[in-house]
Design a protein around this ligand. Structure first.
Ligand SMILES: Nc1ncnc2c1ncn2[C@@H]1O[C@H](COP(=O)(O)OP(=O)(O)OP(=O)(O)O)[C@@H](O)[C@H]1O
Length: 242
């Protein structure tokens, strides 16, 4: 079943085409890497899908409904959650309080004990289960990233958008992170992951799409896409192919 259809979506900032007529579809339960050089429009595209920005034109059809331009809270309720490149945890709250908020305001709008159960489950999945009452402000970098992911998972999304969630991890943490995303994907969540770490893309994503200067320049089987001339040129900055 098609879960997401991004249909000729564009977003301009003044004269800059940050996202330019991008189209793709995703089947439910699949995982896709979203690649591209710095400034190519990847985060803007995630912002458009998650409602942090409205598209200048085009449709974003999720579960059959066009969500283009809808408010962030409506999109979260519809079943889309995301992580941010710079983590957005609430340092003055406990880990549990951090994940309770999306459990309440996310896809299934839980209350009371049920919200607490979902929040605990999200902490458990990300390896923070035994620290629910610790202060988020005391976490080290990897644990902040885990909490950022737990917040997205507590919203119980059907579509999870990861914006360089693996960036900055050491080699051991990276392997743990890859296993964690693998298990999420195995549990049926549909995932788009913006990622620069090719090892992770190859390990996790049978499909990847590549952006350059706002346009989608490739979309297909990962090893084919990564050996595509235009993709290599985009990464190397060769205007002839890019
Ligand atoms: N709010 C904004 N206002 C103006 N320009 C913006 C805004 N957000 C992004 N841009 C511009 O849009 C283009 C695409 O940026 P975007 O952050 O989406 O790229 P990216 O592929 O995610 O890059 P990176 O890999 O460095 O995160 C860039 O030229 C950027 O400067």
């Amino acid at each position: 079943m098609t879960l997401l259809h991004v249909d000729t979506v564009s977003r301009f900032f003044g004269g800059l085409k940050a996202v330019d007529q991008v189209s793709f579809e995703m089947e439910s339960g699949t995982i896709m890497g979203l690649l591209g050089p710095n400034g190519s429009g990847k985060t803007t595209l995630l912002n458009l899908i998650s409602g942090f920005l409205a598209p200048s034109s085009g449709k974003i059809i999720f579960n059959g409904r066009n969500l283009a331009g809808a408010r962030v809270d409506k999109i979260a309720r519809a079943g889309i959650a995301r992580t941010f490149q710079l983590v957005r945890i609430l340092p003055s709250l406990t880990l549990l309080e951090n994940v309770m908020l999306p459990a309440v305001f996310g896809h299934r709008a839980h209350w009371g004990k049920e919200a607490e159960r979902v929040a605990h489950a999200a902490l458990q999945k990300t390896g923070l289960g035994d620290r629910a009452n610790a202060s988020a402000g005391d976490l080290n970098y990897i644990d902040q990233k885990r909490l950022e992911l737990a917040r997205a998972l507590a919203a119980e999304p059907e579509l999870l958008l990861l914006d360089e969630w693996l960036a900055g991890l050491n080699p051991t943490e990276l392997q743990e992170g890859i296993r964690l995303i693998e298990s999420l994907s195995g549990s049926g969540i549909t995932i788009i992951m913006v990622e620069h770490i090719m090892e992770a893309v190859r390990a996790l994503c049978p499909r990847c799409a590549v952006m350059n200067a706002g346009r989608l320049i490739a979309d297909g089987e990962t090893s084919t896409v990564l050996s595509d001339k235009a993709v290599i040129a985009a990464y190397l900055g060769d205007a002839e192919y890019a």
